[in-house]
Design a protein around this ligand. Structure first.
Ligand SMILES: NC(=O)c1ccc[n+]([C@@H]2O[C@H](COP(=O)([O-])OP(=O)(O)OC[C@H]3O[C@@H](n4cnc5c(N)ncnc54)[C@H](OP(=O)(O)O)[C@@H]3O)[C@@H](O)[C@H]2O)c1
Length: 270
């Protein structure tokens, strides 16, 4: 099954901001015909207008899928526009953080097939990772099509239980911001050691990007890659003694940060 399967029935996109645009760009690159896409957005961007998709006009009778990419707090206001498609053959895919399958099914009508997806911002450069889970009304082939849809902007993983979504949000959903902060603080630490701001930032950014690429492409576990570059009593070992400290190092700090994000995700989902 591939994105071409969407061309016949049509694909609806509700909300074309940052995430909606990244997805649409991926779909169009991967074989979805612009004429098959129906976008609803109150302020279409110039880029959106240049794509040739249908904007704020008509609706196919039975689109194969409708992707919901408005902010969670706008969902209540935006969903009624698609209510006529609920409870039928159209599968809804929502990327709204913290909005449960039950909430979306409730808004569209009992029996509506809904898939919840959590992408992350590297989707903007085709390097995202999205976790997906469907409700009981989503047929297996539709779940696979939802996976292909999100696969246009990066990797995909399937969850077994919606409760995992809070931990996923805390690791990969919010994770890019942790890494951006790592770059900022590594650069600031370099400045404190006498480097210019520009040079420190260039070194920090390239180091995080390069190490990330190495970790992703390597057969070795990240822990082994770390060991490989740590000579006994050397410079890296001196830094790792600080970073791996049981009380004040990364393990305790990241554990607390991820816990805080997961707790907040559970709270927002109430
Ligand atoms: N960005 C991410 O990395 C990321 C990651 C995971 C999940 N998500 C989820 O993705 C969703 C979208 O996030 P985003 O960052 O893309 O936000 P965004 O850039 O603000 O995009 C939302 C878009 O929806 C439009 N919109 C507002 N009300 C609407 C309505 N009634 N009907 C149709 N469109 C409407 C907005 O238009 P106006 O700007 O004119 O209001 C805007 O273009 C959120 O639910 C978020 O939780 C995002």
């Amino acid at each position: 099954m591939d994105l071409n399967d969407l061309n016949a029935g049509g694909l609806v996109l509700l909300g074309c901001g940052k995430m909606g645009s990244a997805l649409l760009e991926g779909w169009l690159k991967n074989g979805v015909a612009p004429a098959s896409v129906y976008v609803l957005d109150p302020m279409p961007s110039d880029w959106l207008k240049s794509t040739g998709v249908k904007i704020n006009q008509g609706m196919p009778e039975a689109p194969a899928m409708a992707l919901l990419a408005v902010k969670p707090q706008m969902m209540g206001e935006a969903l009624p526009a698609l209510q006529a498609l609920g409870g039928g053959g159209t599968v809804f895919v929502s990327v709204a953080a913290g909005t449960s399958l039950a909430t979306i099914e409730g808004a569209l009508g009992a029996g509506t097939p809904v898939v919840r997806a959590m992408p992350n911002t590297p989707a903007a450069v085709g390097r995202g990772i999205t976790a997906l889970i469907g409700n009981a009304h989503v047929p297996a082939d539709a779940l696979e099509l939802a996976r292909v849809l999100m696969g246009a902007v990066g990797q995909t993983v399937m969850l077994e239980d919606e409760a995992q979504m809070d931990a996923v949000t805390a690791v990969s959903g919010s994770g890019p911001a942790y890494v951006f902060h790592l770059i900022e603080t590594l650069a600031a630490a370099g400045e404190a050691q006498g480097l210019s701001a520009d040079l420190a930032l260039q070194l920090a950014r390239a180091t995080v990007a390069g190490a990330g690429a190495l970790a992703e492409g390597s057969d070795e576990a990240p822990g082994q890659l770390r060991v490989n570059v740590t000579s006994p009593n050397g410079t890296t070992a001196a830094a790792l003694a600080v970073l791996m400290d049981d009380d004040s190092g990364f393990p305790a700090l990241l554990s607390r940060a991820v816990q805080a994000a997961a707790d907040r995700s559970r709270e927002l989902g109430q």
